[in-house]
Design a protein around this ligand. Structure first.
Ligand SMILES: Nc1nc2c(ncn2[C@@H]2O[C@H](COP(=O)(O)OP(=O)(O)OP(=O)(O)O)[C@@H](O)[C@H]2O)c(=O)[nH]1
Ligand SMILES: [Mg+2]
Length: 435
């Protein structure tokens, strides 16, 4: 897959943020910028590190308004160039989306390669997409992002792998490139459709054995994959890099009541996701739409967790699943002392549907499973004996998938089974039930 703006390993990077001054009268700290801009720059730093950057420094530029030509103003470009030279940084990452004109002028004025927030996120998505659909969606987003930026950016076309070394190709060359990209976009759209259809078929296959799906959602780095692994024993990629998971991963897990449900790990959320990426992101969240229960995982040790929570709730609203049964998991409590944990338990946000966990130490995991059990227990377990023809694969697999076989015996081409099953599953088997 093509990475339009690849951030090479350990590339030295200077971060630049813009702090828009509020109108007169609004209070803000002149020296360090508003809390919002600083938080945003800090998040950009984590993102850039995820992409393999070596952050040499960051600059927050106070501005009354954004400059349409250069974003930060011509004078500031000199400052950025000097700072980048001092730090030997060849790449500037800007915490703002840039218009094609701003991008060109910033590159000229700073003597550095410049990428914006969207390009950085695209780059991370490109490295982490694992399924075919995830990859295609990212490539589509990259191409769509690139298309309007071709005009007047002749020198950069080589990034497409096309006109290498062709500085400033003529309009004809630009037109050919545009056409090529549009063709590519159309082909990718078709491929995505095919992959979708295949995925829907696979999902129907799973639904033939109806198990409730429990979807883990949450801000990136909350610890979803670590929890998922701890509960299922699966080896899903976890990492301190953000966006470790881009595609949903599904495993069956047995609950304390011995019923089974499917757990689904999903990609982490992030605020201010560029519009181009929202479709790519939503495509990775199909499992959430169908979940019987949503488990919202929060890194409660992150000082910005409240803000991250509201981002997550916003996405759940966008996906139309905000009224779905939900558990709230406050993860990483191993970072707290007992008194802080007690405080968390006593706080307003703590309800019956809140569970405190540490995916690392295992604290609270059995509590979490019990909560999942209770929240998905639509029907009680029943104990029954039945007689099923050996050839009845469909019902046999239903008993195995949804329940637990306690004893089995083969007599006259039949299975004599003693099993525990949810009542709803048992209802469909009443013709085979003995006694
Ligand atoms: N101290 C502590 N660290 C944790 C805990 N759970 C996860 N982590 C760490 O947090 C980091 C992120 O964990 P992941 O499980 O990859 O997070 P995620 O929510 O799946 O992240 P994305 O896939 O990016 O959305 C890793 O370095 C984990 O080791 C926990 O309970 N305590
Ligand atoms: Mg993950």
């Amino acid at each position: 897959m093509k990475t339009v703006q690849s951030v090479e390993r350990r590339e030295r990077v200077l971060l630049v943020g813009v702090d828009l001054k509020r109108r007169a009268g609004a209070s803000r700290n002149r020296d360090s910028g508003s809390a919002d801009s600083r938080d945003s720059l800090e998040e950009l730093q984590e993102l850039a590190q995820s992409a393999g950057a070596d952050i040499t420094g960051s600059m927050l530029q106070p501005r009354d308004a954004l400059d349409p030509a250069t974003l930060v103003g011509r004078g500031k470009l000199d400052e950025i160039r000097a700072e980048a030279q001092r730090q030997r940084a060849r790449l500037v990452v800007v915490d703002h989306d840039l218009t094609p004109v701003q991008l060109r002028n910033m590159e000229k004025g700073t003597d550095c390669r410049v990428i914006d927030r969207t390009q950085l996120i695209l780059d991370i998505f490109a490295t982490h997409a694992r399924t075919r659909e995830g990859q295609l969606q990212v490539e589509l987003a990259q191409l769509n992002y690139l298309l309007p930026r071709l005009t007047g950016r002749g020198g950069q076309l080589s990034r497409l792998g096309g006109g290498i070394g062709t500085r400033g190709p003529g309009e004809q060359k630009l037109e050919t490139d545009r056409r090529r990209i549009r063709d590519k976009v159309r082909k990718i759209r078709e491929q995505i459709e095919t992959v979708r259809r295949q995925r829907a078929t696979r999902r129907r296959g799973r639904q033939a054995v109806p198990l409730a799906t429990v979807a883990f959602v949450g801000y990136t780095n909350a610890g979803k994959s670590t929890l998922f692994n701890a509960l299922t024993g699966a080896d899903v990629l976890t990492s301190s890099n953000m966006f470790a998971t881009l595609d949903p991963t599904i495993r069956a897990v047995r609950l304390p009541s011995r019923r089974r449900v499917l757990l689904s790990d999903t990609v982490g959320f992030l605020r201010d996701l560029p519009p181009d990426l929202i479709a790519a992101f939503h495509a990775t969240l199909e499992e959430v739409q169908e979940a019987a229960l949503i488990v919202h995982v929060t890194d409660v040790s992150n000082p910005r967790h409240a803000e991250q929570d509201s981002e997550v709730l916003k996405v759940l609203r966008d996906l139309g699943v905000d009224d779905r049964p939900r558990l709230h998991v406050l993860n990483k409590v191993d970072k707290f002392g007992q008194s802080e944990i007690d405080q968390l338990r006593g706080s307003n946000g703590h309800t019956r549907d809140t569970v405190l966990t540490s995916a690392v130490t295992g604290a609270g995991l059995s509590d979490l499973l019990e909560h999942i059990d209770a929240a998905t227990a639509v029907d009680p377990l029943v104990h029954l004996r039945m007689k099923l023809p050996i050839s009845d694969g469909k019902n046999l697999s239903l008993v195995k998938a949804r329940g637990r076989v306690l004893r089995s015996e083969v007599i006259d081409g039949h299975f004599l089974l003693e099993a525990e099953l949810p009542e709803s599953a048992a209802r469909g088997l009443r013709n085979f039930v003995l006694d």
